[in-house]
Design a binder for this molecule. Sequence first.
Ligand SMILES: [Zn+2]
Length: 305
Amino acid sequence: MKYGYTTTDGTTYQLLLEKAKKMRNNPTEAESLLWQYLRRNGLKEHFRQQHPICGYIPDFVCLRLRLIIEIDGGYHSEGEQQEQDKIRQDYLEKEGFSFLRFTNEEVLYDTDETIGIIKDTIEELKTEAFQNTRQAAYPPLGRDRVGSVRVGFGFDVHKLVEGRDLWLGGIKIPHSLGLLGHSDADVLIHAICDALLGAANMRDIGYHFPDTSADTLDIDSKILLKKTIDLIATKGYRLGNIDATVCAERPKINPHVEKMKECLATVMNADVDDISIKATTTEKLGFTGREEGMSAYATVLIYKD
Ligand SMILES: [Zn+2]
């Protein structure tokens, strides 16, 4: 959105997104290995895996530095494929992207060297002179060219009762009480769903998943979240980032935050770094303080390229 590259029309983009998702779910051994390193932010730069750019899906891209990393395995060595790769690379280089290409073998057997090359390239791209030229050639874009960026807010409350499991942020947390609801009552996921729907101006969670429906009885809220992401995608929106807060007196939420983030990132096919979960008590005040219930707030940003 703020990186200033163009994409294709909405329909083609949706097809690309689906294709990218499939590719993410079936990585090669070399891709998995490198992604494990890149996603842990080992290079202090945010990389995306199989992210559509200009009608093309590179293996990895750092949008900030406009760096694309490709791992060429199997079919890349075929003549026709090489020609197509070259056309795409030329086009993206004109758009200001730099390319690094590695073979499967280089990634798998010379991993340290591969990472060293990526590191050096990042340093080079980060040098001030380079950034200045780049900024001049590719200035930040205005709203007319970035498509649409929207913000949404969500809030939810559930009652705490005995005899129910406590589901929060998609994971089960050991506790003597659980949240009561028609679904699994995951208050955090519900707040996030409402924020996503609100951002896309698509009503609220109760409108799409009524608590009178047998289909949603005891349903895992992760399914609702996945469906919500699909709903906003029908209007061409993708998740930018989430910032959420859970209010609970007990149990301690913080030890579970990382696991929740990972869980939600998987469900939404998002980067862990784009999901922030915070926890607070209400200093023993109000219904949360008396442990009668929990509440959650979420703000999200969604965008169309
Ligand atoms: Zn709810």
